[in-house]
Design a protein around this ligand. Sequence first.
Ligand SMILES: Cc1cc2nc3c(=O)[nH]c(=O)nc-3n(C[C@H](O)[C@H](O)[C@H](O)COP(=O)(O)O)c2cc1C
Length: 204
Amino acid sequence: MKVLVVYYSMYGHVQQMAQSVLAGVELVAGVEPVLRRVREFEDIEKDIPQHEHALAVWNRHKDVPVCTLEDLREAEGIVFGTPTRYGNMTAQMKRLFDSTVKLWLEGVFEGKPAGIFTSTATAHGGQETTPFTMMAPLLHLGMIIVGVPYSTPGMLHTEGRGGTPYGASTLAGSSNELQPPPEDLAIAQALGRRVAEVALKLRG
Ligand SMILES: Cc1cc2nc3c(=O)[nH]c(=O)nc-3n(C[C@H](O)[C@H](O)[C@H](O)COP(=O)(O)O)c2cc1C
């Protein structure tokens, strides 16, 4: 049984979170973890070599296979990761969502668990709205939303970092200068594990 972790990342924060989500999926016996990245827009891909930070991230993950409709079809649980853009998912991730019409008509996503993880520059820049706005299309597709309960270690905190009940998250900083702290990565791992466990239970 496959559980897919599919992410978009330009400056590496969501990429790092994806690795932790994947590690969480790997903890569940009987589940095959699958990592995919969301296809980049051609014009942005052409521009990447001119940006040192983005180029370093690109070189780290350009060999991760691009997510296909077949990957989405085969997965029995999916965890979607995207940085925020104006409090919402990236257009790259939305393009993947919008390419699913055929699968939607077939009911491919119905009854499958979905988790969400994100990164924002600032504490109030979309930590909650990004997962929340992503839930609308996921519910249209018939997916079962899996969040992060407050019993998860690290969730009850007041310092400036990520970790929302709507999905795992981290803060990138206004110049993308921060790194996800271990607490945020641990919550990302817990989310991956939870989606995989729910997928197994739902299969029965
Ligand atoms: C067009 C654009 C819009 C953005 N909008 C927001 C925003 O609304 N709130 C915020 O906190 N960060 C915003 N950011 C910053 C990104 O969310 C940040 O670079 C990202 O979380 C880093 O993730 P990554 O390292 O995986 O690319 C925006 C960045 C861009 C390029």
